[in-house]
Design a protein around this ligand. Structure first.
Ligand SMILES: [Fe+2]
Length: 340
């Protein structure tokens, strides 16, 4: 499958080198891209004509309508691969992880989209796959087709070790900022999701370790249960082995706020939940509110939080409506490298 390279950015942050490839995937999608390009060119021509005929306001309205059409209908179906390298002390050999979060599968963006995601993950040839929670949409609407669509993961889990943690959607929990506490908004479906994942051979971590051995390298992965469900505990991480690299997989970046002092720090924490704000306006930043105590600065990207490396993905799915702007759905490819 040919990839459209629409974006290639790089930024350095410590041991990080980040790059990305954006792809729409299928031939039908490419046809849509061509249609939108023609529409864009047509709008530009009409716009110039309107400006020359003293109708700049009409021209502006035309551009706003086009931008809305483009990003509402197109961006949620993009699929970006975002890559970064991360050096880890004690690692003997490079290890590649495919990390995804916030699939929030729903009727209009379900099995077919997940099929594309999984095909692309397979093409990356990772050693491990990590899933950072919120696999289902479970706020004000839910249907069983969401659980059924998760069966697509079997293509991955039959060949690769796949580890998952749960998010607030699995529990039907939101956060009430006025009361400064989580609150229940919908049915708790975490048991159904856990059963479905386990039946697919996916390990679900609940404040527990996965002892991973890959390419002759042992490492420990600690997966937390969800913060807003008030199920997070760091108790078991205290038994992390000093001689092994330690990774943490969690749903909500705020989970890191309760990380115990004076114990071994993880080499990398991977989180999701924010969708990057879902809509990001130039000069303004994230529009959506993920209700992070860490603040909007932590909605997307790589951070050093008191000596802990934290990466937050803007995820694959959307909250409520399939609308994104400058936060295309992404698969994150993390290559862990030995520290020289
Ligand atoms: Fe979430």
């Amino acid at each position: 499958m040919a990839e459209l390279v629409d974006a290639h950015d790089s930024k350095s942050c410590g041991a990080i080198h980040e790059s990305s490839i954006l792809s729409r995937g299928t031939h039908q999608d490419h046809l849509h891209m061509i249609m939108y390009s023609v529409l864009l060119a047509g709008t530009a021509i009409i716009s110039v004509l309107l400006i020359y005929s003293n109708s700049p306001a009409l021209s502006a309205v035309l551009w706003i309508l086009l931008a809305g059409l483009f990003y509402i209908h197109l961006e949620p179906y993009f699929l970006k691969v975002r890559k970064f390298n991360h050096k880890i002390p004690g690692l003997k050999t490079p290890i590649k992880i495919a990390f995804i979060a916030d699939l929030q599968t729903k009727k209009l963006k379900g099995k077919k989209f997940l099929h594309r995601v999984i095909k692309k993950i397979n093409n990356l040839k990772p050693d491990l796959v990590f899933i950072g929670g919120d696999l289902i949409s479970n706020e004000y609407f839910f249907d069983d087709s969401q659980i059924k669509s998760l069966a697509e993961f079997s293509v991955l889990s039959k060949n690769l070790p796949v580890y998952a943690v749960l998010g607030n959607h699995e529990y039907g929990i939101d956060f009430d900022e006025k009361k400064d506490q989580p609150h229940k908004i919908f049915s708790d479906r975490h048991g159904t999701v856990v059963d479905a994942l386990k039946n697919l051979g996916i390990s679900v971590l609940h404040n527990s370790f996965a002892n991973i051995s890959v390419r002759g390298q042992n490492l420990e992965l600690y997966g937390t249960d969800d913060l807003w469900a008030e199920n997070t505990s760091w108790e078991n991480i205290k038994s992390a082995k000093n001689n092994l690299p330690l990774l943490v997989l969690t749903h909500n970046p705020d989970t890191i706020l309760s990380y115990p002092k004076k114990i071994k720090k993880p080499s990398l924490v991977l989180a999701g939940h924010t969708h990057g704000g879902q809509i990001r306006l130039p000069f303004f930043g994230p529009v959506g509110n993920a209700k992070l105590k860490l603040g909007k600065k932590y909605y997307d990207g790589f951070f050093n939080w008191h000596g802990i490396s934290l990466f937050v993905t803007h995820g694959l799915g959307e909250s409520l409506f399939a609308i994104r702007f400058l936060t295309p759905p992404e698969i994150v490819e993390v290559t862990l490298l030995p520290e020289a």
